[in-house]
Design a protein around this ligand. Structure first.
Ligand code: ADP
Ligand code: MG
Length: 404
């Protein structure tokens, strides 16, 4: 069954519409360092405002563990939202208390309020169904309908994501609609050749995706910290690079499966080996079968794919029609080890087809490296949610909106 979309809610003028967004932005000393998630919510919020709805935006921010904590207040986000919308945004200092009720009561048609962090209330994330439901009922009293648009949380069975959608007439917002459309194309009907590029720090984080996607793709490219577990599985010593010895057998299994099914498993042919984990560490390029033949010997640490690998990966990406990329190729946070990630990002922008970037750090990496969002087919706002979708898992926050 398909996702219920905004039109299923009928005319919204004058109605109080709660919008569950994902405003979980990175903050440093109360300043938003990446407002990508606020921008991602704008199409739905503008749509509702233009229809004359009375909009109540709600979100979580960080992990305040069920109690108010000024460090995780949504107030700076409400301010940023006001700048981006170019109109006033009211702010309620609580979620379901007197301040929220007053803010909602004061809303005119086409006006918007943000209520305080949902996770200041233990009910939002409570394991206990009754407690969760009770909080959802309090939220439901604030509105006439729910638009669910926080894609980053649809894999969570939480009060505002799941229960609230059962209590009020509910539909997916434009962001969730787009995310689901793109991810569904990746799982059900990818144009071929289809390449998946995986990186990041840990193989164990990505096992589910590798397993689910392996039989569905034409090429798998492995970079990032996890590449060393693959090279070790091929019998190469990797020095002090990230290595998950408990995953070696699983990884050997992937290498076998890929060979049996004729899937191109493209592993690095070289890596950047460093004297240690530091921005100013000495570093050299080493061949994949000679990672310990450097001045650092067995103490060397692999922090990026090498230039030959970057070229190999870029060519494999450019010649694909569908590319999904999750996980930086190296420690992109340090300039000396960001080149592999840059090369892969650049190649994705040159794909003649659909290119998708998924994962929080991957999205941050492409922005930090100066690539504009619109150079990619899609940048998923949900790290965990997009991976679980691609793993073929059922996501409660989507099922409750009619998705099966
Ligand atoms: P995403 O959030 O996009 O899913 P991950 O969280 O899996 O990505 O991984 C991101 C992290 O992986 C980054 O902080 C990056 O520094 C780290 N990383 C990438 N390559 C290496 C490496 N060779 N050694 C250690 N860490 C690495
Ligand atoms: Mg991450």
């Amino acid at each position: 069954m398909a996702l219920r979309t905004l039109d299923s809610l009928g005319p919204l003028a004058g109605k109080r519409v709660i919008v569950r967004v994902d405003f979980n932005v990175p903050l440093k000393d109360g300043v938003i360092t990446d407002d990508g998630r606020v921008r991602a919510a704008l199409p739905t919020l503008n749509h509702l405002i233009n229809q004359g709805a009375r909009v109540i935006a709600c979100s979580h921010l960080g992990r305040p563990d069920g109690e108010p904590n000024p460090k995780y207040s949504l107030e700076p986000v409400a301010q940023r939202l006001s700048e981006l919308l170019g109109k006033p945004v009211a702010f309620a200092s609580d979620t379901v208390g007197a301040s929220a009720e007053a803010a909602v009561a004061a809303l005119g048609d086409g006006e918007i309020a943000v209520i305080e962090n949902l996770r200041f209330n233990p009910g939002e994330t409570a394991k206990d169904e009754g407690e969760r439901r009770a909080f959802a009922e309090q939220l439901a009293a604030l509105g006439d309908a729910l638009v669910s648009d926080g894609f980053g949380v649809v894999h969570r069975k939480q009060a505002s994501v799941y229960d609230l959608a059962e209590l009020l007439p509910s539909a997916a917002g434009l962001l969730i609609e787009k995310e689901v459309d793109v991810l569904d194309r990746l799982t059900e009907r990818p144009e071929r050749p289809y390449a998946v590029v995986l990186g990041g720090s840990k193989v164990s984080d990505k096992l589910g995706v590798i397993e689910h996607l392996l039989p569905r793709v034409d090429k798998i490219l492995v970079g990032g910290g996890m590449l060393f577990t693959f090279l070790a599985a091929q019998g190469h010593p990797v020095g002090k690079s990230l290595l998950e010895t408990d995953q070696l057998d699983t990884v050997k299994g992937y290498i076998r499966t890929a060979a049996e099914k004729g899937i191109e498993l493209i592993l690095p042919v070289d890596a950047v080996m460093a004297s240690g984990f530091a921005a100013d560490a000495d570093h050299v390029v080493a061949a994949a079968d000679a990672l310990e033949d450097t001045p650092f010997g067995a103490d060397g640490m692999g922090l990026d794919i090498g230039p030959q690998t970057a070229e190999l990966f870029a060519a494999a990406i450019r010649s694909s029609k569908t590319v999904f990329w999750n996980g930086p190729m190296g420690v992109f946070e340090m300039a000396a080890f960001a080149e592999g990630t840059r090369a892969v990002a650049q190649a994705l922008t040159e794909v003649d087809g659909l290119s998708v970037v998924g994962g929080g750090d991957s999205a941050a990496a492409v922005r930090q490296l100066g690539f504009a969002d619109d150079r990619f087919g899609h940048i998923s706002t949900g790290g965990g949610a997009s991976l679980e979708f691609l793993e073929g898992k059922k996501l409660p926050g989507l099922e409750v909106l009619g998705w099966q």
